[in-house]
Design a protein around this ligand. Structure first.
Ligand SMILES: [Zn+2]
Length: 359
Protein backbone atom coordinates (compact mmCIF):
# COMPACT_ATOMS: atom_id res chain seq x y z
CA UNK A 1 0.00 0.00 0.00
CA UNK A 2 1.03 3.61 -0.35
CA UNK A 3 1.63 4.74 3.19
CA UNK A 4 4.39 7.32 3.14
CA UNK A 5 4.03 8.46 6.71
CA UNK A 6 3.49 6.83 10.05
CA UNK A 7 0.47 9.04 10.59
CA UNK A 8 -1.21 7.77 7.46
CA UNK A 9 -0.31 4.24 8.40
CA UNK A 10 -1.93 4.59 11.80
CA UNK A 11 -4.99 6.11 10.21
CA UNK A 12 -5.24 3.23 7.76
CA UNK A 13 -4.79 0.69 10.53
CA UNK A 14 -7.59 2.12 12.60
CA UNK A 15 -9.92 2.49 9.62
CA UNK A 16 -9.23 -1.04 8.49
CA UNK A 17 -9.62 -2.37 12.02
CA UNK A 18 -13.07 -0.81 12.15
CA UNK A 19 -13.99 -2.22 8.78
CA UNK A 20 -12.72 -5.63 9.79
CA UNK A 21 -14.90 -5.75 12.91
CA UNK A 22 -17.79 -4.93 10.65
CA UNK A 23 -16.75 -7.64 8.21
CA UNK A 24 -16.41 -10.24 10.91
CA UNK A 25 -19.98 -9.59 11.98
CA UNK A 26 -21.28 -10.28 8.51
CA UNK A 27 -22.80 -13.69 7.99
CA UNK A 28 -22.25 -14.07 4.26
CA UNK A 29 -18.67 -15.20 4.25
CA UNK A 30 -18.89 -17.01 0.94
CA UNK A 31 -18.53 -20.68 0.30
CA UNK A 32 -14.77 -20.94 0.10
CA UNK A 33 -15.04 -21.77 -3.57
CA UNK A 34 -11.83 -20.89 -5.28
CA UNK A 35 -9.73 -21.85 -8.23
CA UNK A 36 -7.39 -24.75 -7.77
CA UNK A 37 -4.23 -24.57 -9.81
CA UNK A 38 -3.27 -27.92 -11.13
CA UNK A 39 0.39 -28.12 -10.27
CA UNK A 40 2.23 -25.61 -8.21
CA UNK A 41 -0.01 -22.68 -7.46
CA UNK A 42 -1.91 -21.94 -4.27
CA UNK A 43 -5.68 -21.91 -4.25
CA UNK A 44 -6.92 -18.39 -4.95
CA UNK A 45 -10.41 -17.44 -3.85
CA UNK A 46 -11.96 -15.26 -6.51
CA UNK A 47 -13.99 -12.08 -5.95
CA UNK A 48 -17.27 -14.01 -5.97
CA UNK A 49 -16.08 -16.35 -3.24
CA UNK A 50 -15.30 -13.59 -0.76
CA UNK A 51 -18.26 -11.42 -1.66
CA UNK A 52 -16.66 -8.52 -3.48
CA UNK A 53 -18.72 -5.50 -4.45
CA UNK A 54 -18.96 -4.72 -8.15
CA UNK A 55 -16.32 -2.22 -9.32
CA UNK A 56 -17.49 1.40 -9.68
CA UNK A 57 -16.62 1.20 -13.38
CA UNK A 58 -15.36 -1.69 -15.52
CA UNK A 59 -11.79 -2.74 -14.73
CA UNK A 60 -9.30 -2.28 -17.55
CA UNK A 61 -7.84 -5.50 -18.89
CA UNK A 62 -4.70 -4.81 -20.92
CA UNK A 63 -3.50 -7.10 -23.69
CA UNK A 64 0.03 -7.34 -22.32
CA UNK A 65 2.06 -9.64 -20.13
CA UNK A 66 2.95 -8.52 -16.62
CA UNK A 67 6.64 -7.58 -16.44
CA UNK A 68 7.24 -7.75 -12.70
CA UNK A 69 5.82 -8.49 -9.27
CA UNK A 70 5.63 -5.92 -6.46
CA UNK A 71 5.35 -7.10 -2.86
CA UNK A 72 3.42 -5.05 -0.27
CA UNK A 73 2.29 -5.32 3.31
CA UNK A 74 -1.22 -4.20 4.23
CA UNK A 75 -0.02 -2.15 7.23
CA UNK A 76 -2.79 -3.72 9.29
CA UNK A 77 -2.49 -5.56 12.60
CA UNK A 78 -0.55 -8.82 12.83
CA UNK A 79 -3.66 -10.74 13.74
CA UNK A 80 -3.76 -14.26 15.15
CA UNK A 81 -6.99 -15.23 13.41
CA UNK A 82 -5.67 -17.50 10.69
CA UNK A 83 -9.04 -18.66 9.34
CA UNK A 84 -10.50 -18.29 5.89
CA UNK A 85 -13.42 -16.25 7.19
CA UNK A 86 -10.94 -13.65 8.39
CA UNK A 87 -9.12 -13.67 5.02
CA UNK A 88 -12.43 -13.01 3.27
CA UNK A 89 -13.35 -10.27 5.76
CA UNK A 90 -9.95 -8.66 5.12
CA UNK A 91 -10.52 -8.75 1.36
CA UNK A 92 -13.87 -7.00 1.80
CA UNK A 93 -12.46 -4.49 4.27
CA UNK A 94 -9.62 -3.54 1.94
CA UNK A 95 -11.95 -3.16 -1.01
CA UNK A 96 -14.30 -0.98 1.02
CA UNK A 97 -11.42 1.11 2.35
CA UNK A 98 -9.86 1.62 -1.06
CA UNK A 99 -13.14 2.42 -2.82
CA UNK A 100 -14.79 4.55 -0.14
CA UNK A 101 -12.21 5.99 2.21
CA UNK A 102 -8.86 7.41 1.34
CA UNK A 103 -8.38 6.49 -2.28
CA UNK A 104 -11.73 6.39 -4.03
CA UNK A 105 -10.51 3.76 -6.46
CA UNK A 106 -12.86 1.84 -8.76
CA UNK A 107 -12.06 -1.46 -7.01
CA UNK A 108 -9.44 -3.12 -4.82
CA UNK A 109 -5.98 -1.70 -5.61
CA UNK A 110 -3.91 -4.88 -5.71
CA UNK A 111 -4.25 -8.06 -7.75
CA UNK A 112 -3.86 -10.55 -4.91
CA UNK A 113 -3.83 -10.64 -1.10
CA UNK A 114 -2.26 -13.25 1.19
CA UNK A 115 -3.71 -13.40 4.68
CA UNK A 116 -1.71 -14.15 7.82
CA UNK A 117 -3.37 -17.58 7.68
CA UNK A 118 -1.96 -18.08 4.14
CA UNK A 119 -5.29 -17.81 2.33
CA UNK A 120 -4.99 -16.10 -1.04
CA UNK A 121 -7.77 -13.88 -2.35
CA UNK A 122 -8.19 -12.14 -5.67
CA UNK A 123 -8.06 -8.36 -5.35
CA UNK A 124 -9.19 -6.36 -8.35
CA UNK A 125 -11.81 -8.16 -10.46
CA UNK A 126 -10.53 -10.19 -13.44
CA UNK A 127 -7.01 -10.50 -11.97
CA UNK A 128 -7.27 -14.27 -11.71
CA UNK A 129 -8.62 -14.76 -15.24
CA UNK A 130 -5.89 -12.48 -16.59
CA UNK A 131 -3.26 -14.50 -14.74
CA UNK A 132 -4.70 -17.74 -16.08
CA UNK A 133 -4.41 -16.29 -19.60
CA UNK A 134 -0.72 -15.43 -19.16
CA UNK A 135 -1.16 -12.72 -21.80
CA UNK A 136 -3.27 -10.08 -20.05
CA UNK A 137 -2.92 -7.89 -17.00
CA UNK A 138 -5.57 -5.93 -15.13
CA UNK A 139 -4.67 -2.28 -14.64
CA UNK A 140 -4.41 -1.88 -10.88
CA UNK A 141 -3.74 0.81 -8.25
CA UNK A 142 -1.05 -0.58 -5.96
CA UNK A 143 2.11 1.29 -7.04
CA UNK A 144 2.23 4.65 -8.80
CA UNK A 145 4.03 4.35 -12.12
CA UNK A 146 3.79 0.56 -12.29
CA UNK A 147 0.08 -0.22 -12.35
CA UNK A 148 -0.07 -1.29 -15.96
CA UNK A 149 2.98 -3.55 -15.86
CA UNK A 150 3.34 -5.01 -12.33
CA UNK A 151 1.32 -7.59 -10.40
CA UNK A 152 0.71 -6.33 -6.86
CA UNK A 153 0.60 -8.77 -3.94
CA UNK A 154 -0.52 -7.50 -0.53
CA UNK A 155 0.64 -9.49 2.48
CA UNK A 156 -1.58 -9.05 5.50
CA UNK A 157 0.27 -7.54 8.43
CA UNK A 158 2.85 -4.90 9.34
CA UNK A 159 6.41 -6.08 8.79
CA UNK A 160 8.45 -3.15 10.02
CA UNK A 161 9.81 -5.01 13.06
CA UNK A 162 8.12 -8.41 12.78
CA UNK A 163 8.57 -11.20 10.25
CA UNK A 164 5.73 -12.62 8.18
CA UNK A 165 4.51 -16.02 9.37
CA UNK A 166 6.36 -18.93 7.69
CA UNK A 167 3.07 -20.23 6.28
CA UNK A 168 2.33 -16.83 4.75
CA UNK A 169 5.83 -16.55 3.27
CA UNK A 170 5.62 -20.07 1.79
CA UNK A 171 2.42 -19.16 -0.05
CA UNK A 172 4.02 -15.92 -1.24
CA UNK A 173 6.76 -18.05 -2.84
CA UNK A 174 4.15 -20.34 -4.42
CA UNK A 175 2.15 -17.43 -5.78
CA UNK A 176 5.26 -15.71 -7.19
CA UNK A 177 6.31 -18.97 -8.88
CA UNK A 178 2.92 -19.25 -10.51
CA UNK A 179 2.89 -15.61 -11.65
CA UNK A 180 6.44 -15.84 -13.02
CA UNK A 181 5.61 -19.00 -14.94
CA UNK A 182 2.38 -17.63 -16.38
CA UNK A 183 3.87 -14.35 -17.58
CA UNK A 184 7.47 -15.39 -18.22
CA UNK A 185 8.76 -13.08 -15.45
CA UNK A 186 12.33 -13.65 -14.29
CA UNK A 187 12.97 -13.94 -10.53
CA UNK A 188 15.01 -10.72 -10.41
CA UNK A 189 11.86 -8.87 -11.42
CA UNK A 190 10.34 -9.33 -7.96
CA UNK A 191 10.44 -6.03 -6.07
CA UNK A 192 9.16 -4.30 -2.97
CA UNK A 193 6.88 -1.28 -3.13
CA UNK A 194 9.66 0.99 -1.81
CA UNK A 195 11.75 0.20 -4.89
CA UNK A 196 9.41 2.54 -6.81
CA UNK A 197 7.56 4.91 -4.47
CA UNK A 198 8.36 6.92 -1.37
CA UNK A 199 6.91 4.48 1.17
CA UNK A 200 8.13 2.16 3.89
CA UNK A 201 5.99 -0.62 2.39
CA UNK A 202 6.50 -3.65 2.59
CA UNK A 203 8.27 -2.91 5.91
CA UNK A 204 11.96 -3.37 6.68
CA UNK A 205 11.61 -7.01 7.66
CA UNK A 206 9.62 -8.18 4.66
CA UNK A 207 11.75 -6.04 2.36
CA UNK A 208 14.85 -7.75 3.78
CA UNK A 209 13.31 -11.09 2.82
CA UNK A 210 13.07 -10.22 -0.88
CA UNK A 211 16.55 -11.53 -1.85
CA UNK A 212 15.50 -14.84 -0.28
CA UNK A 213 12.16 -14.69 -2.06
CA UNK A 214 13.89 -14.19 -5.42
CA UNK A 215 16.25 -17.06 -4.62
CA UNK A 216 13.41 -19.36 -3.56
CA UNK A 217 11.50 -18.58 -6.76
CA UNK A 218 14.66 -19.06 -8.86
CA UNK A 219 15.22 -22.44 -7.20
CA UNK A 220 11.83 -23.51 -8.58
CA UNK A 221 11.85 -21.95 -12.05
CA UNK A 222 15.52 -21.27 -12.73
CA UNK A 223 17.15 -17.99 -13.63
CA UNK A 224 19.13 -15.26 -11.94
CA UNK A 225 17.72 -14.02 -8.62
CA UNK A 226 20.02 -10.99 -8.27
CA UNK A 227 18.09 -7.72 -8.40
CA UNK A 228 19.42 -4.98 -10.70
CA UNK A 229 22.00 -2.69 -9.10
CA UNK A 230 21.82 0.99 -10.03
CA UNK A 231 24.36 3.79 -9.78
CA UNK A 232 23.60 7.07 -8.03
CA UNK A 233 23.96 10.07 -10.34
CA UNK A 234 23.82 13.60 -8.97
CA UNK A 235 24.54 17.23 -9.77
CA UNK A 236 28.11 17.85 -10.83
CA UNK A 237 28.70 14.61 -12.72
CA UNK A 238 29.54 14.74 -16.42
CA UNK A 239 29.49 11.36 -18.13
CA UNK A 240 27.91 9.23 -20.81
CA UNK A 241 25.75 7.67 -18.09
CA UNK A 242 24.31 11.11 -17.39
CA UNK A 243 23.56 11.44 -21.10
CA UNK A 244 21.61 8.15 -20.97
CA UNK A 245 19.71 9.42 -17.92
CA UNK A 246 18.86 12.58 -19.82
CA UNK A 247 17.55 10.64 -22.81
CA UNK A 248 15.40 8.55 -20.47
CA UNK A 249 14.00 11.72 -18.88
CA UNK A 250 13.26 13.13 -22.34
CA UNK A 251 11.40 9.91 -23.11
CA UNK A 252 9.16 10.75 -20.13
CA UNK A 253 8.50 14.30 -21.25
CA UNK A 254 11.41 16.36 -19.90
CA UNK A 255 12.57 19.23 -22.11
CA UNK A 256 16.31 19.06 -21.50
CA UNK A 257 19.28 18.69 -23.82
CA UNK A 258 21.12 15.35 -23.43
CA UNK A 259 24.61 16.86 -23.14
CA UNK A 260 26.03 14.50 -20.52
CA UNK A 261 26.29 17.23 -17.88
CA UNK A 262 24.19 16.86 -14.69
CA UNK A 263 23.37 20.51 -14.04
CA UNK A 264 20.38 22.41 -12.61
CA UNK A 265 18.12 21.60 -15.59
CA UNK A 266 18.74 17.87 -15.22
CA UNK A 267 18.26 18.03 -11.47
CA UNK A 268 14.98 19.84 -12.05
CA UNK A 269 13.88 17.19 -14.55
CA UNK A 270 14.75 14.42 -12.08
CA UNK A 271 12.75 16.17 -9.35
CA UNK A 272 9.75 16.62 -11.66
CA UNK A 273 9.88 12.96 -12.63
CA UNK A 274 10.20 11.86 -9.01
CA UNK A 275 7.14 13.91 -8.11
CA UNK A 276 5.19 12.40 -10.98
CA UNK A 277 5.96 8.82 -9.96
CA UNK A 278 5.69 9.45 -6.19
CA UNK A 279 9.30 8.62 -5.46
CA UNK A 280 11.36 10.38 -2.81
CA UNK A 281 12.08 13.85 -4.25
CA UNK A 282 15.79 14.64 -3.93
CA UNK A 283 16.91 15.43 -7.48
CA UNK A 284 19.34 12.50 -7.38
CA UNK A 285 18.94 9.55 -9.74
CA UNK A 286 18.93 6.46 -7.51
CA UNK A 287 17.09 3.18 -7.29
CA UNK A 288 13.49 4.42 -7.42
CA UNK A 289 14.23 6.76 -10.32
CA UNK A 290 16.02 4.10 -12.38
CA UNK A 291 13.44 1.42 -11.61
CA UNK A 292 10.73 3.75 -12.89
CA UNK A 293 12.67 5.09 -15.89
CA UNK A 294 14.06 1.84 -17.27
CA UNK A 295 11.03 0.24 -18.89
CA UNK A 296 11.89 -2.65 -21.24
CA UNK A 297 12.65 -1.83 -24.87
CA UNK A 298 13.07 -4.28 -27.73
CA UNK A 299 13.09 -4.47 -31.49
CA UNK A 300 10.31 -2.32 -32.94
CA UNK A 301 10.62 0.38 -30.28
CA UNK A 302 11.49 3.98 -31.11
CA UNK A 303 12.20 7.13 -29.14
CA UNK A 304 14.64 8.68 -26.70
CA UNK A 305 14.88 5.54 -24.53
CA UNK A 306 16.18 3.68 -27.59
CA UNK A 307 18.65 6.51 -28.18
CA UNK A 308 19.81 6.01 -24.59
CA UNK A 309 20.45 2.31 -25.31
CA UNK A 310 22.34 3.10 -28.52
CA UNK A 311 24.35 5.83 -26.82
CA UNK A 312 25.41 3.45 -24.03
CA UNK A 313 26.20 0.63 -26.50
CA UNK A 314 28.48 2.92 -28.48
CA UNK A 315 30.22 4.17 -25.35
CA UNK A 316 30.82 0.55 -24.26
CA UNK A 317 32.37 -0.40 -27.61
CA UNK A 318 29.31 -1.74 -29.44
CA UNK A 319 29.28 1.10 -31.92
CA UNK A 320 26.00 2.10 -33.54
CA UNK A 321 24.13 5.18 -34.73
CA UNK A 322 22.01 6.82 -32.04
CA UNK A 323 18.95 7.29 -34.26
CA UNK A 324 16.32 6.22 -31.73
CA UNK A 325 15.08 3.33 -33.85
CA UNK A 326 15.43 -0.19 -32.39
CA UNK A 327 15.97 -2.25 -35.54
CA UNK A 328 17.70 -5.60 -36.15
CA UNK A 329 21.14 -3.97 -35.98
CA UNK A 330 20.51 -2.58 -32.50
CA UNK A 331 19.04 -5.93 -31.42
CA UNK A 332 22.18 -7.73 -32.61
CA UNK A 333 24.38 -5.33 -30.66
CA UNK A 334 22.27 -5.72 -27.53
CA UNK A 335 22.61 -9.50 -27.86
CA UNK A 336 26.38 -9.14 -28.25
CA UNK A 337 26.53 -6.84 -25.23
CA UNK A 338 24.49 -9.32 -23.18
CA UNK A 339 26.87 -12.11 -24.16
CA UNK A 340 29.83 -10.00 -23.07
CA UNK A 341 28.24 -9.57 -19.62
CA UNK A 342 27.20 -13.21 -19.16
CA UNK A 343 23.50 -12.47 -19.67
CA UNK A 344 21.10 -14.54 -21.78
CA UNK A 345 21.27 -13.05 -25.27
CA UNK A 346 17.65 -12.29 -26.06
CA UNK A 347 18.19 -8.80 -27.50
CA UNK A 348 15.64 -7.31 -25.07
CA UNK A 349 16.73 -4.44 -22.84
CA UNK A 350 14.93 -5.31 -19.61
CA UNK A 351 15.77 -4.03 -16.11
CA UNK A 352 18.82 -6.25 -15.76
CA UNK A 353 20.29 -5.34 -19.14
CA UNK A 354 19.49 -1.67 -18.49
CA UNK A 355 21.34 -1.84 -15.18
CA UNK A 356 24.40 -3.32 -16.89
CA UNK A 357 24.28 -0.65 -19.59
CA UNK A 358 24.07 2.14 -17.01
CA UNK A 359 26.48 0.61 -14.48
ZN1 LIG B 1 2.64 -1.01 -0.76
Amino acid sequence: MTTPTARMLLRRRSLLAGALSLGAAMTTLGTGAGRAWATDGPLVSGCEAWGARAPKSPVKVLAARAQKIIVHHTATDNVTDYGQAHAFALARAMQTYQMDQENGWIDTGQHFTISRGAFVTEGRHESLAALDSGTRIVEAAHCTGQNTVAIGIENEGTYISEEPRPEQYAVLVDLCVRICRQYGIRPYQIYGHRDFNNTECPGDRLYARLPQLRADVAARIGGDPAAPVWPVLATGETSERVRALQYLLVQRGATITPDGAFGPATEGAVRAFQKQIEAGIDGVAGKQTWNQLCAPVAQGAAGAAVTAVQSRLTDLGFVTTADGVFGPGTAALVTAFQGSRGLPGDGVVDARTWSRLIA
